[in-house]
Design a protein around this ligand. Sequence first.
Ligand code: GTR
Length: 320
Amino acid sequence: MKKTMWSVVPLVLWCSQAWSQVEFRLWNIHPEGYPVTEALENFAGRVQTQTQGRVKFKLFNNAVLGDQPKAIQMFKAGELDAGEFSIGPLADAVPEVNVLSRPFLFRDSKHMFSNIDGALGKRIEEKLLKAGYVVLGWYDGGSRSFYCVKPVRTPKDLVGQRIRVGQAKAAIKMVELLGGTPVVLPFKDVYDAFKDDKIDCAENNMPSYESTGHMKLAKYVYLTNHNVAPEVLAITASSWKKLSPQDQVAVMEAGRQSALFMRERWNARVETSRQAALKQGSQFAPMGDASVLFKRLGPLFNEYLQKSDYQSEVFMVLSQ
Ligand code: GTR
């Protein structure tokens, strides 16, 4: 009897020690009050409650730990535990998710989430897992359009313009095909680049256009909605393994719930940002005849169809 007790005690001690309190570093590019930030706060709060304080996520906003390509490197190197990433730079690191960065893949968020919350999302989650990313939730990356310092009403107006893009192959190629000069810059440097006349245009969704203050410097919005994509809340596979099975369930559930929370906040914010931009004097031009743009982007579309890995996914989405 005595012997059994002694053999059990160290095991219990070891287990509780291995799964005692952990604090994870959570990367975020956005400022306080932004829907992504609010959702990450919601996530961290839920995790703390559900795990009775055993698991904590410390949130680093405003890309203070580095811009997104840097964060993805840190993530891969295990120097960061978790982050909320957009698809472009993530696709450069994990080419299998590139399918989601194809321009004009999804019509709108509803179309996107009907796929991402279904079979397509599952397949991509599996690919991300193989690359060391455990997906905790799919956030809304919104719908991206161009905005410029000078009026832009047709695809021709983009020709010869210096257009900021994030570090993402698909975005660079898209700008080249449209006749512009891609200027790759970190998100936080775009405002100064407009001010210092280093760029003529950028492209983003309404809440980012507003929250960054770009709306004050580039008032002409050309509503192409060329990119509707999700963003992803993920934790590294190695940090994930530090959690007990019970805490993994709690963290996963908190991630899923925070994504639903985010999507709701996002929809409201798109409208308030649009109103704020209008008030600020922004002018919105509709895309007009989409076929002109589609023709120019033809080589990029073909690339997606030729890559056998993505063929079925692209067809699946486009046929809906
Ligand atoms: C934002 C997005 C960020 C980042 C940024 C950018 O809309 O949420 O993750 O991609 O755009 O353009 O760099």
